[in-house]
Design a protein around this ligand. Structure first.
Ligand code: NAP
Length: 165
């Protein structure tokens, strides 16, 4: 974990469950974390329980809403000059038999688990390219390497994203 110390991570679905556990571990190991969820109060509660050399910045964001993701990325750009890690964790499950499912539950799962996760990947790629354009000194071979790595790992895992230097 030492190599991530001082880096900036965005954790979606940070207010509880796996996301909150990841936030705790990252802050403990010195990572600067932006954590998002819809419930800001829960994020703040989490923030006050954290221990370690890292930091935590709660951001209210629904990952199915592009305008809210855009605002969150603007915070990342202004306050941290970019991101190194995306933990694309926000998700939900309405469990049960398909025949008993409600249409709105199925739609919500698709919105959050498919559209939301895909939007985060898209925004990261877009933001990374903008950083590259804005910073001509960003070494091209590194960008190409990251691109290859992104293709290999897919969307669901932590990955290096747009880094200012
Ligand atoms: N737990 C498991 O056994 C398991 C198994 C396989 C996969 N997973 C996946 O692992 C991830 C985390 O699971 P978990 O068990 O930790 O879930 P969880 O305890 O229910 O937490 C889900 C998190 O996602 C957030 N979230 C939900 N909808 C959101 C939205 N539209 N925008 C932003 N944040 C949203 C929730 O916060 P708000 O409600 O405040 O927005 C919460 O912080 C999910 O993607 C889940 O599908 C979990």
């Amino acid at each position: 974990m030492e190599r991530w110390s001082g880096k900036v991570a965005l954790v979606t679905g940070a207010s509880e469950g796996i996301g909150a556990a990841i936030v705790k571990a990252l802050v403990k190991h010195g990572v600067q974390v932006l954590g998002c969820a819809r419930n800001l109060e829960k994020l703040k509660e989490l923030g006050s329980s954290l221990e370690g050399p890292g930091s935590f910045r709660p951001v209210q964001c629904d990952v199915t809403k592009e305008d809210e993701i855009l605002k969150m990325f603007e915070i990342a750009r202004q306050e941290y000059r970019g991101l190194h890690i995306l933990v694309n964790n926000a998700g939900l499950a309405h469990t049960g038999y398909l025949v008993e499912s409600k249409t709105e539950d199925l739609r919500e799962m698709m919105e959050v688990n498919v559209i939301g996760k895909s939007l985060l990947c898209l925004f990261v790629m877009h933001a990374r390219n903008k950083t590259f354009v804005a910073n001509p000194e960003f070494p091209l071979p590194k960008v190409q390497k990251i691109r290859c790595r992104l293709r290999r790992v897919g969307c669901g895992r932590a990955k290096r994203v747009f880094a200012p230097q």
